[in-house]
Each structure stands twice: as C-alpha cells, then as structure tokens.
Design a protein. Structure first.
Length: 152
C-alpha cells in the first residue's frame, strides 16, 4: 500500500532519534478530527506512543478543532487509540521494554483506501555527541562537494 497524501511529518524525529524500524498503524478518530486532519491542521511535535494495558495509545498529537465544527468539536490534545494486530503489538511491547526504545510517530498520511494511518518509528534516543558527529559529517560532505564542483 502506498501513500496518497501526507498530512504531517515529524521532522525532528530523525534528528533526535536513531529510527531502527517503522510500522503502519490505524488510528481511532472522531469525525471532526478526520475533517481537521484532511485540512492539514495536525502537529506531531512532542508526540509519542505508549502502552496502557494491552492497547497502544498516541499521546501529544495536536489536531486543531474543525473550522466548521459546532460546540461538540473534539479535544485537540486527547489521547487516541492506535489500531494494530495483536502479534505486532506484543512484538513492539517487547522492544519498548528494552532500555532506551520508544515509539515515535513519524507521519500521518492517507493510504490508497482512503484511511488515515500513522507511521510509527521504533527509535532509540540520540546522544548530544551523535548529533554533533552527524553535523560534522554533513559539513565535511558539503565542503567536499563544493570543492569538487569548483574543480570542474
């Protein structure tokens, strides 16, 4: 299954975490939330997924109230249940129980069947020295490319 349209991406996720694996999960939404997401009014900043009992919940995702909604609009920061197969959840629970792993939402998108999905990344936090090393490597590559371009 491919993506038809991406509504939000967590750009900081790949900068702050080593993402080792990604997976797709459904998300239980209210009607006004679906309409608001389709308008692109969703933010993944500072969000994560966590287990509560046997269920996986999405915490910290901000979905703005629907612009044409009534007084019965949804709560912007409410926790939303993620939908995945039981075996997949059990596997993820085992990984998250290991030290240092967390589930980070990478993006929210519309799949080919018209369903809104969340891409979750199984990630390990980066240390400050890892980020510094990454910046140094990027700067060196840029300088090398610039030197090669000038040589031509």
């Amino acid at each position: 299954m491919g993506r038809v349209r991406t509504f939000a991406q967590n750009r900081k996720a790949r900068r702050d975490f080593h993402v080792e694996e990604t997976m797709e999960a459904g998300i239980a939404l209210l009607g006004s939330e679906v309409k608001s997401i389709r308008e692109g009014r969703v933010s993944l900043r500072d969000s994560y997924a966590q287990f509560k009992g046997d269920e996986l919940w999405l915490v910290g995702v901000h979905i703005s109230p629907y612009s044409h909604g009534s007084s019965f609009n949804h709560e912007p920061l409410r926790e939303r249940k993620l939908l995945a197969h039981r075996r997949e959840l059990a596997r993820l629970r085992g990984k998250v129980a290991e030290k240092g792993y967390t589930l980070v939402p990478m993006s929210i998108y519309l799949n080919e069947r018209g369903k809104i999905k969340v891409e979750l990344g199984l990630a390990r936090g980066k240390l400050q020295r890892d980020r510094r090393r990454e910046l140094q490597e990027r700067d060196m590559r840029r300088d090398l490319e610039r030197a090669l371009k000038e040589k031509r």
